[in-house]
Design a protein around this ligand. Structure first.
Ligand code: MTE
Ligand code: MO
Length: 254
């Protein structure tokens, strides 16, 4: 059977089953049938979170690209938001040395854990994309990002089949996670370049995440570690990131 037919059938049977269920029943059904429950679901009371996430993952199962723009549409003013300089001694020292000693460990459920230097990340075939960044605080801006697709880096370390999430830690203690659909997505970058130059410090130097199909807070800056895992239950409050712990949605799909 073609993938299109399989997908249609999956959507049709999911919708048929939903017809006879209450909203919380739908969430429970999706949870049992497809495992489509975000880490911050809050039990079956977080019905809205589960429905949005599950609907996006089913309807967008072929992983369409976020819109890309032309270079002439790049915003003259792209605000730097949140942390704009981590007040961490190691970081400030690395910054002063042009990030030569900076390393990004990639570990967890991988065959070959490895700590990449900036130069090594720049050796992966790069991707450049001009996209719109939308912040939950109500501003947006268009910028050009260059980086190593996360998928390239994950393939280099060899992700194990049990992997369900990729967790990102940052120098400023921010942290978050993606599911494998967004981790493998071609526009998900470990970005080291912005608008044709090096990634500026206020925008997350030397390397930040770009997650183009979600709100701005998922694009974590100042990356310090990447860990592949099968569960986020035992990290922090078990909600998959600092943002959900602060009341924002773990899944911030646009
Ligand atoms: N480590 C870290 N990443 C972060 C933040 C932060 O404060 N610290 N702020 C987030 C938010 S809310 C937004 S909108 C974007 C802002 O990116 P910019 O500074 O390049 O505009 O970074 C996101 N990533
Ligand atoms: Mo934001």
């Amino acid at each position: 059977m073609s993938t299109l037919l399989t997908r249609r059938k999956m959507i049709r049977s999911a919708i048929a089953a939903m017809g006879t269920l209450s909203a919380s029943g739908v969430a429970a059904y999706l949870a049992n049938r497809y495992g489509l429950v975000p880490p911050d679901h809050g039990g079956l009371y977080g019905v809205g979170e589960t429905l949005t996430y599950a609907a996006h993952r089913v309807l967008l199962s072929r992983h369409p690209l976020a819109r890309e723009f032309s270079r002439s549409q790049i915003s003259k003013n792209f605000p730097a938001f949140g942390t704009t300089l981590p007040r961490v001694l190691d970081y400030v020292q690395q910054m002063a040395d042009g990030f030569e000693d900076w390393r990004l460990p990639v570990d967890g459920l991988v065959e070959r854990p490895y700590a990449f230097s900036l130069a090594e990340l720049q050796e992966f075939p790069p991707r450049t994309q001009v996209t719109e960044h939308i912040c939950e605080e109500g501003w947006s801006a268009i910028g050009e990002w260059t980086g190593a697709p996360l998928s390239r880096v994950l393939n280099a370390v060899g992700v194990l089949p049990e992997a369900k999430y990729v967790v990102f830690e940052c120098v400023d203690n921010d942290w978050g996670s993606l599911d494998m659909a967004d981790a493998w997505h071609p526009q998900t970058l470990l970005a080291y370049g912005m608008n044709g130059g090096d990634l500026p410090v206020p925008h997350g130097a030397p390397v930040r995440l770009r997650v183009e199909r979600q709100l701005g807070y998922k694009s974590l800056k100042y990356l310090s570690r990447i860990t592949v895992t099968d569960s986020v239950k035992n990290i922090g409050k078990g909600m998959g990131g600092a943002d959900p712990e602060a009341g924002y949605s773990w899944y911030a799909g646009i």
